[in-house]
Ligand binder design. Structure first.
Ligand SMILES: [Zn+2]
Length: 270
């Protein structure tokens, strides 16, 4: 049995830094990377995957991972960052960051809910990141919001893929499509305030051997800490909620989700 948590998706590298995520971290008082990591380790979150959203943010994730063995870096260009990334033409610099310490490409994907970048550009950047993942044999962390109709046909050309649909809140149809592709399903604090029957049924129907836990901190603080800044230690409350909802043993969820995360990201020596 694995007796510790893994936060498979957080943004702790931006604590104290001035990008959009960094501003959110500092909006609720003074936090340091060291304090957040220590508090998470104290709550039995033994590993944290720091997920990059643009070139600078990905570099910060790599840098943080160099300083803390419990932090593992994923590098990616978030769909919101598409326009800026394409304009700055940073393809070469991004690819040059890939080495053995990187655990995944992401977060990458499509987001048609916010209109930060046009769909064609988002698709272009997603395809490029899929090609990189294939070239370097790395798993992917996908962010897909209101864009599954375009996402699935793009993915089809790259299968089989090791991947997670992070922060999954969509319907059962897209859940089953993801499971058909053998993708992991990332669940975070949103689960603790999902209310509709359809949402609850979807959460219950994720097979435990395809479920992984994440906080997406500093965003999406779970109940009962809504209104405070989210940190990786809160993965505990997501597990507690899922245990009650799905009528599965707390320790079993912790074990299986950590096991799934180790398997997905091919984590060695844990
Ligand atoms: Zn994220």
């Amino acid at each position: 049995m694995i007796n510790y948590f893994i936060d498979s998706h957080c943004h702790i590298q931006s604590i104290g830094n001035e990008d959009s995520t960094g501003r959110l971290w500092s909006s609720k008082g003074h936090l340091t990377q060291e304090a957040v990591i220590k508090a998470s380790l104290d709550k039995n979150v033994k590993l944290m995957i720091a997920v990059g959203c643009n070139l600078k943010d990905s570099l910060l994730a790599v840098k943080l991972a160099n300083n803390y063995s419990c932090v593992l870096p994923a590098i990616g260009i978030h769909p919101h960052e598409t326009k800026d990334f394409l304009a700055s033409n940073q393809f070469h610099q991004f690819e040059a960051m890939i080495n053995d310490s990187i655990v995944a490409i992401g977060e990458c994907g499509l987001d048609y809910y916010y209109h930060h970048s046009d769909p064609t550009s988002q698709q272009k950047l997603l395809i490029w990141q899929l090609q990189l993942a294939k070239k370097y044999n790395l798993p992917l962390i996908f962010h897909v919001r209101q864009a599954f109709d375009d996402f699935w046909p793009i993915i089809k050309d790259f299968l089989p893929l090791k991947a997670v649909l992070h922060s999954f809140t969509d319907d059962q149809k897209n859940l089953f499509q993801a499971l058909d592709n053998n993708f992991m399903i990332g669940v975070n604090g949103i689960a603790t305030f999902m209310k509709t029957d359809q949402e609850i049924e979807m959460l219950k129907s994720i097979p435990l051997d395809h479920l992984i836990l994440e906080t997406d901190s500093p965003y999406l603080t779970p109940v009962p800490y809504r209104g405070t800044i989210n940190t990786p230690k809160n993965v505990f409350y997501i597990t507690e909620y899922l245990s009650k909802l799905r009528k599965e043993d707390f320790n079993l969820i912790r074990h299986q989700t950590s096991f799934n995360t180790v398997k997905l990201f091919n984590l060695k020596g844990v």
